[in-house]
Design a protein around this ligand. Structure first.
Ligand SMILES: [Zn+2]
Length: 325
């Protein structure tokens, strides 16, 4: 019964800051911060290997929290998919498998499926709250947001909304259920779960470093892990997805041809239906292909990597409401 053993492993640890290894190869390293008895929050980054904001902020967070001032347990995993991280790639560098598409995983599957299985069985299923930190990675620039999947449970959706509200530097996208993700595995287990998306670009921007720290600290205070007076939360632009695919940014504005993509908009820009997003110069052809917005809205994700293959997503455009007053 490895599942219950794992739970005992975590909760049998004495108060303090611990670093444990879960699995070997594949496997991952987790910091377990144990305070007085209370809920368990699992927070990870590095589900994708080319996203560095979350790993950096979580590594800082581990050192900032004094376990003796903590109520409950924090399990912090800065890098979940080590093979992708060391490959410098979003997905597994050899088989291309995406850790955010293979949940609940398979102990006899490929590297990603085995990491998913290990994470779900040993760590995630014991969480009372779950947060997964992402970013645009090296290939995309995003208008950073925080999001959750509509669960069908009003109570859980309210909890998830209270969690996303903590990340008040970001707008909030509530999306429909999509399988295979860390947060869908959490949803299947009835665990309130959110994710956050930083800008990306292969580095760590100061705005996201601040925004992630602020969101995580707000979460830890609002849900009773840390004492302290919360700042007044800023109002958040809320977008509720109207289709299953809306928040799936790998699907939108697929490149019609392969070539060099030169964008003419930036994340946060507003575009009209038919407005120019950029052009693709197919190698060996003089005339570029213009890429136009399929509908009006705000650009929330945009291809950064200039080489594109047919079908690569170039941009996501959504209608964002005005800030509530
Ligand atoms: Zn990601």
């Amino acid at each position: 019964m490895s599942m219950s053993l794992a739970k005992r492993d975590i909760t049998a640890l004495p108060k303090g800051r611990h670093l444990i290894r879960v699995g070997q190869r594949p496997g991952f390293s987790a910091f377990v911060l144990r305070g007085t008895p209370g809920p368990i929050a699992v927070i990870n980054a590095g589900t994708h290997g080319d996203e560095y904001e979350g790993p950096t902020v979580l590594r800082e967070l581990v050192e900032m929290i004094e376990p003796r001032k903590l109520t409950g347990t924090l399990v912090i995993i800065p890098v979940l998919h080590e093979a992708a991280f060391f490959g410098g790639t979003r997905c597994h560098p050899i088989d291309g498998s995406n850790l955010a598409r293979v949940f609940p995983g398979d102990p006899r599957g490929n590297n990603s499926a085995r990491v998913a299985h290990l994470f779900l069985r040993k760590i995630l299923r014991h969480a009372d709250y779950y947060i997964d930190l992402h970013s645009g990675g090296v290939s995309y620039d995003l208008l950073p947001w925080v999001g959750f999947m509509q669960s069908g449970s009003q109570e859980r959706d309210q909890t998830q909304a209270r969690m996303t509200a903590c990340f008040d530097d970001y707008w909030c996208w509530s999306s429909r259920y999509n399988p295979g993700r860390t947060i869908s595995a959490a949803a299947d287990a009835g665990i309130p779960a959110i994710y956050a998306e930083a800008l990306g670009g292969g580095g760590v921007g100061p705005v996201d470093q601040t925004g992630f720290h602020r969101g995580l600290k707000n979460f830890l205070m609002r849900f009773g892990f840390l004492a302290g007076k919360m700042p007044r939360l800023k109002p958040q632009v809320m977008r509720v997805a109207t289709s299953n695919t809306e928040a799936h940014i790998q699907l939108h504005h697929p490149a019609p041809v392969a070539g060099l993509f030169i964008r003419v908009v930036e994340p946060g820009h507003k575009v009209q239906e038919g407005g120019r997003l950029g052009e693709i110069h197919a190698l060996g052809k003089r005339a570029p292909v213009t890429v136009r917005a399929s509908h009006a809205g705000t650009v929330v994700s945009l291809r950064r990597q200039r080489s594109v293959a047919v079908g690569d997503a170039l941009a996501t455009v959504v209608a964002l409401p005005k800030l509530p007053r």
